[in-house]
Design a binder for this molecule. Structure first.
Ligand code: PHE
Length: 341
């Protein structure tokens, strides 16, 4: 029995050297130290041996087991070390090589303008409110004082969905109703940025989707002077303190009175050029005093409350600012365009 143990020890030592990787080592372990190994067999048979022999064999079998275990451990470490050295050799990095440049992303020019606009309004105490892109006919038109068949609906060429009464918003103005219904009768001062959709021929000046920033202030004794003062303040902050502005009467069904605000053309300083179409002025937004019907639809008593609203287009403002001649550049994803900003 003792001879047999000597032989096992020798065989195992030889086989261990032949185990060149971790899988082979695992096989070795099962063969020599596993449950059904020869060594295991000897352990199981110990009980049947005569007493004197049992003591000697028992001692020796434990010795062999310990020595195989530590040999296994040592070999495992050796293999780990070898594979580490190998990967160090093969995956060697030349740290003196020059780095590869990582192309840097940029914020889209329309979003740059959008962020500047929102930052100014936030500074002036207006909260940013997000409203939905998919609207009901009622919110997009009806509650904004345009009942079905109202001719003013033609001002907004609309994308209708297969679902009756569900449209893509043509402007951010339906957000006015959402905010008012949520806040009434508390005072409101919000801006609502978001994408709008119009079923239009795409040209250099018109896209089927574009952003708007809507503004709404509702409270007691808000006047046209507040509207003008606030918008002039915005224009100065955005275009520069010296900018000249003017208001022209206009018409929107949801404001009364309504106006458009122009700023003096910054390309020609009002002299007249191709950008301002020789008028000396650039139109930048539509605005007006919230129509009493719209206030009532929002849950405010028009006898007690008043408000103003406005809507501007960040893409249009970006085009003026950077003299971009074609609105289609915005969604074309052409890096040659985008990298300029
Ligand atoms: N919703 C209008 C448009 O899309 C702009 C506007 C907003 C006008 C708020 C007045 C008040 O043209």
């Amino acid at each position: 029995m003792l001879d047999r143990l000597d032989r096992i020890e020798k065989d195992a030592a030889r086989a261990l050297i032949a185990a060149k990787d971790e899988a082979a080592l695992q096989g070795w372990k099962t063969k020599f130290l596993g449950r059904s190994s020869e060594l295991g067999e000897i352990f199981d048979g110990l009980r049947e041996l005569p007493k004197e022999e049992r003591r000697a064999v028992g001692k020796r079998v434990n010795e062999v087991k310990t020595s195989l275990e530590s040999a296994h451990q040592a070999r495992l470490q050796e293999l780990h070390h070898d594979s580490m050295m190998q990967s160090l050799r093969e995956e060697r990095l030349d740290v003196t090589l020059p780095g590869r440049p990582i192309p840097r992303g940029r914020i889209h020019p329309a979003n740059q303008t959008l962020r500047q606009i929102l930052a100014i309004w936030a500074d002036m105490g207006f909260q940013v409110y997000r409203s939905r892109d998919v609207e009901t006919d009622e919110y997009n038109f009806g509650l904004l004082n345009m009942p079905p068949h109202h001719p003013a609906r033609d001002m907004w060429d609309t994308f209708f969905t297969n679902e009756p009464g569900i449209v893509l918003r043509t402007h951010t103005s339906p957000g006015q109703i959402h905010v008012m219904r949520e806040r009434a009768p508390e005072p409101v001062r919000v801006v609502l940025p978001g994408m709008c959709y119009r079923y239009e021929q795409i040209t250099a000046r018109a896209e089927i989707q574009f952003n708007q920033v809507e503004g709404l202030a509702v409270g007691r004794a808000i006047t046209l002077a507040d509207l003008k003062g606030t918008l002039i303040n915005f224009a100065r902050r955005f275009f520069g303190q010296g900018v000249r502005t003017r208001f022209r009467a206009d018409h929107f069904p949801f404001t009364e009175p309504s106006a458009e605000m122009d700023i003096e053309c910054f390309v020609c300083s009002g002299q007249g050029c191709s950008i301002c179409k020789h008028t000396g002025w650039l139109e930048i937004l539509g605005c007006g005093m919230v129509h009493p019907t719209v206030l009532a639809n929002g849950g405010y008593d028009p006898e007690k409350y008043s408000g103003f609203a406005f809507g501007m287009g960040p893409e249009r403002i970006t085009m003026l600012k950077h003299r971009i001649e074609d609105i289609r550049h915005f969604w074309a994803n052409d890096l040659r365009f985008l990298e300029q900003f």
